[in-house]
Design a protein around this ligand. Structure first.
Ligand SMILES: Nc1ncnc2c1ncn2[C@@H]1O[C@H](COP(=O)(O)OP(=O)(O)OP(=O)(O)O)[C@@H](O)[C@H]1O
Ligand SMILES: [Mg+2]
Length: 348
């Protein structure tokens, strides 16, 4: 989004719990997965999108390159968090390049930061409904946050070529695999610290929100109520049996957190209904916590819409050996953002 160069690059998704890297190549009309890696960070290293332990993150990225044997140093990466603002606005109808020039003047009235301290970009949402005006999604990201991220990547020995947003990467990944749909679809990436939500229709983002109920909220509730360690809490979330914990004990704890998540999603959905008259038709879950036991079922009942787990490898070719014995269907939702990033600059 903010830096562009013409060169193949891998997708690097720096999550607060797992760092993911994805290498794609063009293959026929689609893509093939050439390489990928997933490596955990200590929970304190990144908190709410902010990097607390820089050296640890750099070291982990270096190890990821060593373990995967990746040759490419060029990366497409993404940010999210409080230093990024997205806002739908209306502006005079013009070409996208012209709009990029004009956005600075528009942004002054919409962005609560000093305009000189942000990078600005936009995505056209709708330029068909009116002759004179169009609606666009204004994106502003604090320069110091982007610059800090760029420095970190350089220090890990890599070259950042694009800094995208988690949500746009998720949308890319979805559309590559499932096509563009007239339905209104909510993509929700349930990560470790944050659940990223973006509502899309006909290839355009119409709403986005970060919800601070995610994996960590679940693990903390389990640790607190059932006296478990972080590791056993994660096992319980995945539906694995743990000594001394019965499903009857676990169920109400999971339900209370899922209910919080569902209520936050409700607030976003009612905003979408007010803004666009149409409600959300479908929910697609991704992220490492998409498979929390009972999550998809509960959200389906609560919101009264079908819920599915994304498979961002649905149309991507791969050799099963690169999964080193793990099940691609289990790993795929984790790679939703990373694949979206890799799609921006695949190799040939
Ligand atoms: N194979 C796995 N290894 C480790 N964690 C896993 C695995 N499968 C699922 N998980 C769960 O996925 C979570 C991490 O998900 P994800 O990678 O989407 O989050 P993140 O991107 O690191 O966090 P955020 O987006 O909030 O910054 C872990 O906290 C864990 O509960
Ligand atoms: Mg994430």
């Amino acid at each position: 989004m903010f830096f562009k160069k013409v060169t193949p690059a891998v997708g690097l998704d720096i999550g607060s719990h797992l760092i993911k890297v994805v290498e794609l190549k063009k293959s026929g009309k689609g893509y093939s997965l050439e390489n990928f890696g997933v490596k955990p960070l200590l929970p304190e290293a990144i908190v709410e999108g902010e990097i607390m332990d820089r050296d640890l993150v750099i070291e982990t990225i270096r190890e990821l390159w060593e373990e995967t044997g990746l040759k490419t140093k060029h990366v497409v990466t993404s940010v999210s968090g409080r230093a990024v603002i997205m806002k739908p606005i209306t502006m005079d109808k013009m070409k996208e390049e012209e709009a990029r020039e004009a956005i600075r003047w528009e942004a002054e009235q919409h962005v609560p930061f000093d305009i000189d301290e942000v990078y600005l970009d936009l995505q056209i949402i709708d330029d068909q409904s009116s002759d004179r005006q169009m609606s666009v999604l204004l994106v502003a990201a604090k320069r110091d946050m982007i610059n800090t991220r760029v420095d970190l990547i350089r220090e890990a020995g890599l070259v950042p070529v694009i800094i995208d947003l988690d949500n746009f990467a998720m949308m890319n990944s979805y559309e590559e695999n499932y096509g563009i749909s007239p339905e209104t679809i909510a993509l929700i990436d349930v990560g470790s610290e944050v659940s990223n939500l973006i509502v899309i229709r006909e290839g355009h983002p119409i709403f986005q929100k970060e919800i601070f109920v995610a994996g960590k909220t679940f693990t903390e509730a389990i640790q607190r109520n059932l006296n478990q360690t972080y590791e056993t809490s994660i096992a319980l979330l995945k539906g694995e049996p743990v000594d001394d914990v019965s499903p009857d004990e676990l169920q109400p704890i999971l339900e209370s957190v899922v209910e919080d998540l569902a209520n936050s999603i409700d607030r976003s959905f009612s905003f979408v209904r007010t803004a666009s008259a149409d409600g959300v038709d479908r929910i697609v879950l991704s992220g490492g916590n998409a498979r929390i036991v009972g999550l998809a079922d509960y959200l389906g009942q609560h919101h009264g819409v079908p819920v599915e787990i994304a498979n961002p490898l649905k149309t991507v070719d791969y050799d099963i050996d690169i999964f080193r014995g793990e099940d691609p269907e289990q790993i795929a939702p984790l790679l939703m953002v990373g694949i979206g990033l890799a799609l921006r600059k695949p190799g040939k």
